[in-house]
Design a protein around this ligand. Structure first.
Ligand code: GDP
Ligand code: IMO
Ligand code: MG
Length: 422
């Protein structure tokens, strides 16, 4: 069997949680392959509302196995909090939630360093979620880190202390900031004890053996391709590979095992945190997108920056990911826009291009738009893709034609059921 992938094609928050939750019953296993508690994946069904940060979005589907892969960075405190929410609703998940031994651990001092680094950058800050993501991946590539498998070793405490002390030395280069290490550490070790009770697996063997036995596996991305450490709007990115290639390193599957790649885009565009965003709207249209789309961060609550759909940006991320199908989310948010704009090119130093330039921060880069008529009606009652208003269908075919990838799913509301299949 091959492994299918769901990931975000923009700057995150495309609706990955919703799409994964919807598709999950078609699979035996859902696996997160990168990122950590910087992610906030929202699921809505049966009048309930959950935001998952570390736990894969297949967890609410009975009998489905959920794997936190080796490419994920885990804060035991966040993970235990998430499990407490599942306990509250009496979800039976203990035997279905598996953690890879080779996943890396976020220490309290990683969060501290994240904060110190951001504060010291002042105006130039990344706008990180302050979850310790950057410092943890730095320790991973710097070969200093602690992994889930280490918690079972007798020298874990000693190794923890050595790394913590190193962090405290590094912290001295920054002006002091309040941080109650003793309290944070106590909480962390309590949660490490809870982590020890979980099913800890060798993720690569687990996934590959499952594929061999004919099991269907869905890989769930976090963040979005424009936040990819290599191909995103560097340095305003996250610290992992958010693209399809990350599935291979983050779960231990070979490139030849990748099957369908479902790329998600909102019907417009958002970004939270700092960094370039060519189609960002600073006017009442941007405000309207934020209000209609309730665009406030699922993890940090920060207002999301909003703008029009950017087709050159999407063409770039379709290319990077090998996208085979598109899911367009939040179509309903555009219901009341008389005109919808879409960027089709960039103008850069007098040159018109469909390629994303090296430095999107360059203020001379201007997106060029086409205007499409809005459908000006509610999509609420639409239950079939082909019953979408003609102008909504035209909007979708414009996207398909430009990207040369079929739109197979359209989401018209946050609820699980609000999904039209093409
Ligand atoms: P993720 O990080 O990609 O999983 O996305 P988030 O959960 O951070 O943000 C997506 C937000 O949009 C959540 O509040 C969802 O409930 C909501 N949402 C998802 N799909 C739709 C949709 O089609 N229409 C509307 N109005 N909201 C949606
Ligand atoms: P999901 O999975 C949107 C952004 C942060 C910041 C940058 C770096 O919910 O789509 P980090 O904490 O990773 O060091 O922050 O990346 N960011 C996200 N934006 N959705 C996310 O995840 C994000 N995860 C990180 O806002 O700009
Ligand atoms: Mg999110």
């Amino acid at each position: 069997m091959t492994i299918d992938v769901v990931l975000g094609l923009q700057w995150g928050d495309e609706g990955k949680g919703k799409i994964v939750d919807y598709l999950a019953p078609q699979y035996h296993i859902v696996a997160r392959f990168q990122g950590g508690p910087n992610a906030g994946h929202t699921l809505k069904f049966d009048g309930k509302h959950f935001v998952l940060h570390t736990i894969p979005s297949g967890i609410f589907r009975e009998e489905l196995i959920n794997v936190i892969g080796n490419g994920v960075v885990i804060d035991p405190v966040t993970l235990v909090k998430e499990m407490a929410v599942l306990d509250e609703v009496r979800l039976d998940y203990q035997d279905r939630l598996l953690v890879a031994k080779k996943a890396h651990l976020i220490l309290p001092t990683h969060r501290y360093l994240d904060k110190l680094s951001e504060v010291s950058k002042g105006e130039d800050k990344i706008g990180s979620t302050l979850r310790g993501i950057g410092p943890t991946y730095m320790d991973k590539t710097g070969r200093n880190a602690l992994r889930v498998g280490d918690i079972l070793q007798p020298d874990f405490k000693t190794r923890y202390e050595a790394l913590r002390n190193k962090h405290l030395q590094i912290a001295k280069i920054y002006p002091e900031t309040a941080f109650d290490l003793a309290t944070e550490e106590k909480k962390w070790f309590d949660c490490i004890n809870r982590l020890k009770e979980m099913r800890i697996i060798d993720g690569a063997y687990y996934i590959n053996n499952a594929l061999e036995r004919g099991k269907k596996v869905l890989a769930e991305g976090a963040q979005g391709s424009m936040l990819d450490i290599d191909f995103g709007t560097y340095p305003y990115v996250t610290s992992s590979n958010t693209i399809t290639a990350g599935v291979c390193t983050g779960l231990g599957v070979a490139p030849s095992k990748i099957g369908e790649v479902i790329g998600i885009t909102k019907a417009y565009c958002t970004r939270v945190g700092s960094g370039p965003f060519p189609t960002e709207l600073h006017d009442e249209m941007g405000e309207m997108l934020r209000n209609e789309g309730h665009e406030f961060g699922s993890t940090t609550g920060r207002p999301r920056r909003c703008g029009w759909l950017d087709l050159p940006q999407l063409k770039y991320t379709v290319m990077l990911n090998g996208v085979t199908q598109l899911a367009v989310t939040k179509m309903d948010v555009l219901d009341r826009f008389p005109e919808i704009k879409v960027a089709t090119h960039y103008r850069h130093d007098g040159v018109i291009t469909q390629e994303v330039p090296y430095d999107l921060c360059d203020p001379n880069i201007k997106p060029l738009y086409i205007g499409l008529e809005g459908w000006n009606e509610s999509l609420d009652g639409v239950n079939k893709y082909q019953d979408l208003p003609e102008r909504a269908l035209h909007y979708l075919t414009t996207i398909e034609d430009y990207l040369q990838v079929p739109v197979t799913m359209v989401s018209t509301g946050p609820e699980r059921k609000k999904l039209l299949l093409n």
